[in-house]
Design a protein around this ligand. Structure first.
Ligand code: GDP
Length: 331
């Protein structure tokens, strides 16, 4: 299905000083690299590392600041890139001196804002593994204060920065990415509503709509998110994809061994069932439910069928609107 073609994908730009951790984040989130392998990532000298993930709901690009990115360089069309960007993630290495990074952040944000006032500015205070909780809060406060002071001094207090504490060594990077992506999905309230209806009609406790490749959840029902539940869902996706890679059909014509038939059921010993089912080319639903509720699997599958059609309609409608707009603008 082309219902999630690149035009409707949330576009994200990942920026920051060299060695702040951008390639590691990309490799861990979008390429299933294990965090310890990132120690051996080679530094590149390219300013822009293109990566439009073809088998993910999200598309994104990395920009480095080797020290002297030149916003005035006429061969570097940053205006065009900022115009097409939904979120700009700026990565700051919390284990390093961050004065230079904060001033780069300021320069970048003010440049980007001039081109596109609708960009979401997301600051990842990164590599916080190894810091104590007190230390983390302290760093976040300090970076927050410095960055906002710079904006106030420039008369740009209307710019809103969001901050996240992240590390590739735990699920915080996936959670932060999930929040960044969710802000870019105009259909989010509809998706949440559909999930709410689906779970209440099926006696499911919790359901996540996942981008399978990246394990970013793009929506969930409105009950609170418990981190350990989210982590279990991530682990389940890993298991399903790993097993499919090893034992699945050799060529599915896509980067992921994942298709319309994909589904999995895991019974946990504590009377809980985790149920995964394909929704679209990139998305799957992962549900948490009690064993008793799972006895009515027929009902769940029927409700799921209705849910899936509704989701496809949500994305198809948006695609049609975009196509029409394009046609109109070409006249
Ligand atoms: P880039 O130049 O911004 O792309 O940075 P890299 O991705 O090459 O990362 C630089 C170094 O930081 C590598 O040695 C990574 O292993 C390390 N790194 C990246 N993320 C983390 C993290 O969350 N925690 C820790 N402790 N190290 C990290």
């Amino acid at each position: 299905s082309d219902s999630l073609n690149p035009e409707v994908k949330p576009r994200i730009l990942l920026m920051g000083l060299r060695r702040s951790g951008k390639s590691s984040i990309q490799k861990v989130v979008f390429h299933k690299m294990s965090p310890s392998e990132t120690l051996f990532l080679e530094s590149t000298n390219k300013i822009c590392r293109e990566d439009v993930s073809s088998s993910s709901f999200v598309s994104f690009q990395i920009w480095d600041f080797p020290g002297q990115i030149d916003f005035f360089d006429p061969t570097f069309d940053y205006e065009m890139i900022f115009r097409g960007t939904g979120a700009l993630i700026f990565v700051i290495d919390s284990q390093d001196d961050y004065v230079e990074a904060v001033s780069r952040l300021h320069l970048t944000v003010t440049r980007a804002y001039k081109v596109n006032t609708n960009i979401n500015f997301e600051v990842f205070i990164h590599k916080v593994d190894g810091l104590s909780d007190d230390h983390k809060i302290q760093k976040q406060r300090d970076i927050h204060r410095r960055a906002n002071d710079d904006l106030v001094d420039a008369g740009l207090q209307s710019i809103n920065l969001s901050f996240y504490l992240t590390s590739i060594y735990d699920h915080s990077i996936f959670e932060a990415f999930s929040k960044v992506v969710q802000k870019l999905i105009p259909q989010l309230p509809t998706l949440e509503n559909l999930l709410n209806i689906f779970i209440s009609n099926s006696c499911i406790e919790k359901a996540f709509l996942f981008d399978v490749l990246s394990k970013i959840y793009i929506a969930t029902d409105s009950s609170p998110v418990d981190m350990s539940t989210y982590e279990l869902c991530c682990d389940m996706i890993d298991v399903v994809i790993d097993i499919s890679c090893i034992y699945g059909p050799a060529d599915t014509g896509s980067d992921l061994p994942y298709d319309k038939e994909s589904m999995a059921i895991i019974h946990l010993n504590n009377t809980t069932v985790i149920y995964l089912k394909e929704v679209t080319e990139f998305l799957a639903v992962v549900c948490f439910l009690r064993t008793e509720s799972f006895e009515r699997k027929g009902l769940i599958d029927y409700n799921f069928h209705c849910f899936k059609s509704a989701i496809q309609e949500v994305f198809d409608v948006r695609l049609r609107i975009q196509k029409n707009r394009k046609l109109l603008s070409q006249r």
